[in-house]
Design a protein around this ligand. Structure first.
Ligand code: ATP
Ligand code: MG
Length: 222
């Protein structure tokens, strides 16, 4: 369902070009749980951003469910990303001026197919499932970092994505919260058949994956 071919990313900085991803070939079958591991700076987030349709590759292709992502126009890409791909970022990413329930509902409102009441019902259900049923009307600044992360997961799930990308979704959280959040992500993978690509520094967690992708210096290493 996911395939990357000779994927590359370089950043142009004042000090010259930095190669973050240096020719990655990767295939992940539908419904799989794949873990991406590698040291800080190895290119994991850069790879995820290209797979998620957020950062244009310097070279190569990303194909998701048969669609060559980066050959789509801007509108096509935005629509595909919103409808098919869920992204949980490494850093806090909720909109601060919206309540949690609005943050979660937003991607579905952008899709414009379901009615508002149905969308808000689903947003509330997802938040409740993630233990935030009592915080629907809270603003991000009024809940903890772990709660914000769980709301971000609910937001990533609102459109029933085929592909769920999670970039260290539990990095700065305590062990128990990490276990709870991971249990939710794995449940979505198992119960809904959502393909899960997870960047993690937790090797015990990575070992639960059906596929481990080890990245060093922007390449896949054995
Ligand atoms: N916007 C940018 N401009 C310039 N260089 C960048 C940019 N983003 C990342 N890099 C560089 O690209 C390389 C890969 O960064 P990336 O964020 O993909 O690593 P990572 O594996 O996700 O690291 P971490 O585990 O710390 O999150 C690093 O050398 C980094 O400094
Ligand atoms: Mg990163």
């Amino acid at each position: 369902m996911l395939s990357c071919r000779d994927l590359r990313k370089s950043y142009v900085t004042e000090r010259g070009a930095v190669t973050a991803v240096d020719g990655i070939d990767l295939d992940v079958e539908a419904g799989r749980f794949a873990a991406i591991i590698g040291r800080s700076g190895s290119g994991k987030s850069s790879l995820m951003a290209m797979i998620g349709g957020l950062s244009r590759p310097s070279g190569g292709t990303v194909t998701v469910d048969g669609t060559d992502l980066w050959s789509l126009g801007d509108d096509g890409l935005a629509g595909f990303r919103n409808g098919r791909i869920g992204f949980v970022f490494q850093f806090a990413s909720l909109l601060p001026t919206l309540r949690l329930v609005d943050n979660v509902a937003l991607p579905a409102m952008l899709g414009g197919t379901a009615v508002d009441a149905a969308i808000y019902g689903k947003a509330a259900t997802l938040l409740a499932r993630l233990g935030l049923g009592g915080h629907l009307d809270a603003y991000p600044s009024e809940v903890s970092a772990g709660e914000q992360r769980r709301a971000a997961i609910a937001r990533a799930l609102i459109n029933d994505p085929a592909l769920l990308l999670a970039d260290e979704p539990t990095s700065d959280l305590d062990e128990q919260t990490e276990i709870e959040i991971m249990d939710e992500l794995l449940a979505v993978n198992r119960e809904q058949g959502t393909t899960l690509l997870l960047v993690t520094h937790n090797l015990a967690l990575a070992e639960q994956a059906e596929q481990i992708v080890h990245i060093a210096g922007g390449r896949i290493v054995a």
